[in-house]
Design a protein around this ligand. Structure first.
Ligand code: NIG
Ligand code: FE
Length: 413
């Protein structure tokens, strides 16, 4: 496939640039008035229109992208898209002023989702997650991480992870699976935390490892959920099976979650709506990626993470949706990028880098995804005609994507 007359190719980081820290996020390399050649699902070559080689310009499979930009697909490194039912009854409670913690304590929240998921069949879960994923792809997402964590029993956690494996097999995008049984304590373990942790460690993890159902391990480390010590136990048990941590950290309070994650060599710490100087000091000396989820802040009405300060501290910031039925019922990365600019004061270039290359890095796939470089996978989107790159986050809530290309082929859903 040859694409010509492209207004600009976006995100041309060198293939060996695997993550962008601090000020490096400011720079979004582009090439104006360009052509792009795709072969065998990979980016084969690109250049300026005024120097297009004649053997290439004569190719027959040819799209003209006049006035349009080509971006690397969004890389959404934090989602919970396998769930049985929406939770808009909590939406009304939120509007009345109830907090996330109050709703959870009243039997809503994660336990509500777990109840419903336990009753759903694997096929039903696969069907509904497929619809969500299709929609996300049409909104420009070309790589995704998906968590378990609404099962909370051995059988249901495995059911969720099997659904994720079916999604991996059937969708044309790369998917990473994260085991998140440590998402909330089931009611029967309310006063027996160690009992549930033992179940995770002695029963769930061995089976999941045996079936190779997970790539990563996650814990909701938070007051009222999993303590720092409990998180440490679960992460260390996961490490025995080669599962690296990606941790829900500092969503509602500064809890020591970042410290315990870094001590356990986490790939990423996610959320960080709450942070302090100690958080930043810990992260400065680590490779751990800081994944921010602004549509969660938007929906819950909690503070937005201090992205500017993290960038100033030379940290690698990524952006993801957190798509889930409770705190973020949206998988739209375009909106995430808009919110990052509008609410966290990231520049469009920073937000786009954070939602592409650094998102890929937070799933350990930035060698193949997240930028436009020769030899990388051709997962891209072509915009509608736009006046500038900044127009994409500026025109929030408007769909600027016209064509999605996955593995070098047009995706129609
Ligand atoms: O990332 N915080 C923990 N997990 C999800 C919300 C889960 C839920 O409310 O169902 C989150 O926000
Ligand atoms: Fe989450």
């Amino acid at each position: 496939m040859l694409i010509t007359n492209i207004k600009a190719l976006i995100g041309l980081h060198l293939k060996d640039t695997l993550v962008l820290r601090g000020n490096n996020l400011d720079h979004l390399p582009i090439l104006e008035n360009a052509w792009l050649l795709i072969e065998d699902g990979l980016i084969k070559d690109f250049g300026k229109m005024d120097s297009i080689p004649s053997h290439i310009s004569n190719l027959s499979s040819h799209i003209s992208a006049e006035g349009r930009y080509i971006f690397p697909s969004w890389c959404d490194s934090h989602t919970h898209i396998v769930f049985a039912a929406s939770r808009e009854e909590e939406f009304a409670m939120k509007i009345q002023g109830k907090s996330y913690e109050e709703i959870a304590a009243a039997g809503g929240g994660i336990l509500n989702s777990a109840n419903k998921l336990q009753k759903a069949s694997e096929d039903e879960l696969f069907e509904s997650a497929s619809l969500r994923l299709k929609q996300m792809i049409l909104q420009g997402t070309g790589a995704v991480e998906i968590k378990s964590g609404y099962g909370l029993t051995t059988q249901s956690e495995i059911k969720m992870l099997r659904v994720i494996r079916r999604l991996k097999d059937q969708f044309p995008i790369p998917i990473k699976a994260t085991f998140l049984a440590a998402h909330a304590y089931p009611a029967e373990f309310k006063n027996n935390h160690q009992g549930y942790i033992d179940l995770i460690i002695n029963e769930m993890l061995p089976q999941i490892a045996e079936e190779k159902l997970a790539d990563y391990i996650d814990v909701f480390c938070e007051k009222g959920f999993f303590s720092v010590e409990e998180t440490d136990q679960v992460l260390k048990a996961g490490a025995k099976y080669g599962l690296k941590p990606k941790v829900h950290a500092n969503q509602l309070s500064v809890s020591g979650a970042v410290e315990v994650s870094v001590q356990n060599s986490a790939i990423s710490v996610d959320h960080l709506e709450e942070s302090n100087e100690e958080t930043i000091r810990t992260l400065r000396n680590a490779d751990t990626i800081v994944t921010l989820l602004p549509s969660c802040s938007f929906y819950l009405g909690i503070p937005f993470a201090d992205a500017k300060n993290f960038i100033k501290a030379n940290l690698p910031v990524a952006l993801a949706t957190d798509y889930n039925p409770g705190s973020t019922p949206s998988g739209n990365m375009n909106f995430v990028v808009s919110l990052a600019c509008i609410k966290m004061k990231m520049f469009p270039e920073q937000a786009i880098n954070a939602a592409t290359l650094n998102g890929a890095a937070a799933m350990e796939m930035s060698e193949d995804y997240g930028s436009i470089a020769v030899g990388k996978k051709a997962n891209l989107f072509i915009t509608k005609p736009m006046p500038s790159i900044a127009y994409l986050p500026y025109s929030f809530g408007e769909m600027q994507i016209e064509t999605v290309i996955l593995n070098g082929e047009i995706y129609n859903g």
